[in-house]
Design a protein around this ligand. Structure first.
Ligand code: SF4
Length: 351
């Protein structure tokens, strides 16, 4: 087993590990424990039935030592702090990987009606569980970011948002949050994530606020898959995504724009790779991630299973080869998921 095949296998089958830094529910498709696997950040599903275990800092498969070091990410010091009005900092932002501070600035989504919501997303579940707040203020985020950088060596920040009912789809609030954080921590690389704003000037507002990189996440380039898995978001056409990616590359530069492509929603793998190639030609980094049935999602209720490791491995390797040929590497995004890499095996494939 190579490091790459192990990385893919463990991403799909999960691991039994005591990881102090983990996320349950929240925005997007992953719900994982954070570890450093063979030197790279990895967000791995915690699964008590997995054949993978961690003991003595090493990874085992069915009791056999795979010769790979695994280190759980320590609970950061900023998690023990509270705002003056008593809100724990970890309700406002979380550590991802070893050094990424991540937050969902607006924890509600206009598409969260069960008929509309993305079936793999649990953005409002952590709110219902009392693990976070509905809206993080710019001042709160500035306070947490300053502490996380000072106490825990955070090197980049990621801000995502549930989609708002406004024409900017949440982008302008992200810009306000970015301005506040950069006033407190000048120079901190920040990635924002949002839907294509219906108001195109919102992208320029994000650039002017000092955003380093942007994720405009389509999840699938197959309209039938989009309608099945994300009926609300699928009302935003692929042409609108194309226009937003093009404008974002113009504003932020090539390889500063990314999108998630989920493996395991039923898309034809060759079409997925062909779509990724087209994105790369546009300067957009396709962050390939296996879909996981996140706790509390409609996908979990549907009985969705993770995709086969062979499929994830094949698609990841083919997209990584395209990225390498284009000279696009996740770390060069500067901030965000592609720069972190923990939710994908692309970094293990050299991209
Ligand atoms: S890849 Fe993105 S979602 Fe995954 S751990 Fe890193 S920053 Fe978080």
């Amino acid at each position: 087993m190579t490091i790459f095949t192990t990385r893919v296998d463990v991403a799909v089958r999960g691991v039994r590990v005591d990881a102090p830094v983990r996320r349950r529910a929240g925005a997007g498709p992953s719900d994982d424990g954070h570890v450093i696997l063979a030197g790279q950040a990895a967000a791995l599903p915690i699964d008590l039935s997995s054949p993978f275990t961690v003991a003595g800092g090493r990874l085992y498969l069915d009791g056999a030592d795979l010769g790979l070091e695994v280190e759980a990410v320590d609970r950061p010091a900023f998690y023990d702090l509270k705002t003056a009005d008593g809100i724990p900092y970890h309700h406002l932002a979380r550590l991802h990987g070893r050094d990424v501070l991540a937050t969902t600035v607006i924890q509600t989504c206009v598409r969260y009606d069960p008929e509309d919501r993305c079936r793999f997303c649990a953005v409002e579940e952590s709110l219902t569980a009392g693990a976070t707040t509905r809206v993080k203020t710019p001042a709160q985020l500035a306070e947490v970011a300053e502490a996380a950088v000072r106490l825990d060596g955070v090197t980049q920040m990621l801000m995502t948002t549930g989609t708002t009912a406004t024409a900017d789809r949440g982008a302008r609030y992200l810009a306000r949050c970015v301005r506040a954080v950069l006033a407190a921590v000048p120079g901190l690389p920040i990635q924002v994530q949002c839907e294509p704003p219906a108001d195109p000037r919102a992208l320029a507002d994000l650039r002017d606020a000092g955003v380093t990189a942007i994720g405009i996440h389509v999840e699938s380039l197959d309209d039938a898959v989009r309608r099945r898995w994300m009926p609300g978001k699928a009302t935003v056409t692929l042409a609108e995504y194309d226009a937003a990616w093009t404008e974002a590359v113009r504003l932020f530069g090539p390889n500063r724009v990314s999108t998630y492509l989920l493996v395991g929603l039923g898309e034809d793998p060759d079409e997925l790779v062909a779509g990724a190639r087209r994105l790369i030609e546009m300067g957009v980094y396709p962050f390939v991630v296996p879909v996981r049935p996140l706790h509390g999602t409609l996908a979990e209720a549907d009985g969705l299973r993770p995709p086969p490791a062979e499929l994830v491995g094949r698609v990841t390797l083919e997209v990584a080869a395209e990225l390498q040929a284009a000279g696009m590497f996740g770390r060069d995004q500067g901030a965000g998921c592609a720069a972190c890499g923990a939710c994908s095996a692309l970094a293990a494939a050299g991209a």
